[in-house]
Design a binder for this molecule. Structure first.
Ligand code: IPM
Ligand code: MN
Length: 350
């Protein structure tokens, strides 16, 4: 197969983790005779530096023409108080691609039980998926700041149709798993949350064999620590999904491990859930697995099942053998590149 991939490495550790992902992808290409063609584009802080804006039309056009987008990370403390910010590039990209479903799998690896801050008995075999709505809600509502800078607002919008489409996807995903959807909201306070509940109730009628539960976000945050095994598909809005996925990653031991896919109307995107981690940039210590596992999700969506499986198997093996970066193996840590080397070797030799 031949696939065109837009590569948006971004800022901080983005380029380093993406570099390892592309090496792994090339190894897969060689082994299975696929041609992956990369199109490098600017986004984030680096784009602001070179073009004055966080994402240009040329990047967006390339993304629209490609089969998928591999995204690294963005963000730079330099722009903290600036009007133009790297994050705007990512949000614009998500909106333009119409990728309204963000999928974040949370899985605890046996070998890493000891590095999790949560006791083993609570988290052994935890395996759930966060379905985060990605192109609406408070992230994209009207926002404003008064002239004297003493008042500000951000509006949270949801429509029945923007809830229905991700809810349907979540129910379908649940059918293939433990048949359980938990909607996380704040329906005791927010009107948008009540609309989520109403909509879910209706859609549930088409998926009667799936169990549907509701949890308020405050309660869900607690249950994620005390009882994470209760989740199968956790469905939530843009803002709650952002917060809960960082919390969920802590269970697994590292934010650096979690991949994601974002799918919807146009070109799908694949990115780790971590940020640009500027303190680690250029040091060869960043965990590349969040990005590499995102590549595995991409291949799965391309229909390349055995290729995707092999990457996951290689990652499992590296973790099992302790070939991991500092976040996962603080005592005998391996560098970003060494983790990549191990995976490539595994893929080529097996
Ligand atoms: C994420 C990130 C982004 C988000 C930021 C960088 C805008 O935290 O993908 O989780 O909030 O969605
Ligand atoms: Mn986030």
């Amino acid at each position: 197969m031949e696939k065109n991939i837009a590569v948006l490495s971004g800022d901080g550790i983005g380029p380093e983790v993406i570099h390892q992902s592309l090496r792994v992808l090339d190894a897969i290409g060689t082994k299975y005779d696929h041609k992956f063609i990369y199109h490098n584009c600017l986004v984030g802080g680096i784009s602001i530096e070179k073009t004055g804006i966080p994402i240009s039309k040329s990047t967006l056009d390339t993304c629209l023409e490609c089969d998928s987008i591999l995204f690294g990370a963005i963000g730079n403390p330099k722009y903290e108080n600036s009007k133009i910010r790297p994050e705007q590039g990512l949000l614009k990209l998500r909106k333009k691609m119409g990728v309204y479903i963000n999928i974040r799998p949370i899985k605890v690896y046996k070998k890493l039980l000891k590095i999790s801050p949560i006791k083993k008995k609570y988290i052994e075999n935890v395996d759930f998926i966060i379905y985060r709505e990605l192109t609406n809600g408070i992230y994209f509502g009207k926002k404003g700041l008064s002239l004297n800078k003493t008042k500000a607002y951000d509006v949270c919008n949801y429509e029945k149709k923007t809830i229905s489409r991700i809810a349907t996807a979540a129910f379908k995903a649940a059918l293939k798993r433990k048949k359980k959807v938990t909607l996380v909201d704040k329906a005791n306070v927010l009107e948008t949350s009540r609309l989520w509940r109403e909509t879910l109730k209706e859609i549930h009628l088409n998926f009667k064999e799936v169990q549907l539960d509701y949890l308020f976000i405050d309660n869900a945050s607690m249950q994620m620590i005390f009882n994470p095994k209760k989740f199968d598909i956790l469905l939530t809005d843009n803002m709650f999904g952002d917060i809960l996925s960082d919390e969920a990653s802590a269970i697994t031991g590292s934010l650096g491990l979690i991949p994601s896919s974002s799918i919807g109307k146009k070109t799908p995107m694949y990115e780790p859930i971590h940020g640009s981690y500027p303190q680690a940039a250029g040091k060869n210590i960043a965990n590349p697995l969040g990005s590499i596992l995102s590549v595995a999700m991409m291949l799965e969506d391309f229909g390349m099942k055995k290729e995707s499986f092999l990457i996951k198997k290689a990652v499992n093996n590296s973790i099992k053998n302790g070939v991991s970066t500092k976040d996962l193996n603080p005592k005998y840590s391996f560098s970003t590149k060494e983790v990549g080397d191990f995976l490539i070797n595994y893929i080529i030799k097996i």
